[in-house]
Design a protein around this ligand. Structure first.
Ligand SMILES: C=C(O[C@@H]1C=C(C(=O)O)C=C[C@H]1O)C(=O)O
Length: 199
């Protein structure tokens, strides 16, 4: 296996290959919508859309989205914020060959979560998760750090997943930022339905 260049990461099929901090494991491996899980761990959740525009896919995501060489894609990048703290940098690419029929809601997402359009759509098929350590030279490390405006962490842990719908493919990469480790599951007040006689 050719050693990846600094701009590429090696994407593993199992999270054990990362030797990630134990506290990060449930974030990396959790099924279901990450948006829903982040909402359960915060009082206020927001998707800050950094941009959604034509771009060029990264070298190490080319084959994953069925391209033979880095080609033009629709690129969406976001910061997922819990109680206004950035906890995940999201990077999504869709090959330009996709049509509105493939991903009808993608182009007009704005600050709605992509997850809200993927989970619950019976036509969407979710692939296996892949995991990587991102180091200083990787484009997603550079972009996530820049969005954080903080000194650059040495390593960030990421996962990615390929979604298919009709003929379309959509690759979501989630880069977990240090603040995610400070999130605590919120106990939501149980709303009881009382009948009028009790009031
Ligand atoms: C795939 C999901 O959507 C999330 C929302 C994203 C967006 O709005 O661009 C990007 C990454 C995801 O974490 C999810 O909620 O699981």
């Amino acid at each position: 296996m050719r050693a990846p260049t600094l701009r590429q990461a090696h994407w593993y099929g199992h999270v054990n290959a990362l030797n990630a901090p134990p506290a990060l494991r449930h974030w990396l491996t959790g099924g279901g919508s990450l948006t829903a899980k982040l909402k359960d761990h915060s009082q206020a959740f927001r998707v800050q859309c950094l941009h959604q525009r034509p771009g060029r896919c990264l070298t190490d995501e080319t084959a994953a989205i069925g391209l033979h060489r880095p080609g033009r894609v629709w690129e969406r990048e976001v910061l997922l914020r819990c109680d206004n703290r950035p906890v995940v940098f999201g990077h999504t690419v869709v090959p330009m060959s996709a049509t509105a029929t493939d991903w009808p809601l993608f182009s007009a997402l704005g600050e709605r979560s992509l997850g809200s359009t993927l989970f619950g759509d019976p036509l969407v098929r979710r692939g296996a998760l892949q995991y990587a350590r991102l180091r200083a030279g990787h484009p997603l490390m550079q972009r996530a750090s820049a969005a954080l405006e903080l000194d650059r962490p040495q390593i960030l842990y990421a996962r990615r997943c390929l979604y298919r719908r009709r003929q379309g493919m959509l690759l979501v990469t989630e880069v977990f930022l240090p603040a995610v480790l400070e999130l605590v599951l919120q106990t939501k007040p149980i709303t009881t339905i009382t009948n009028r006689n009790e009031q």
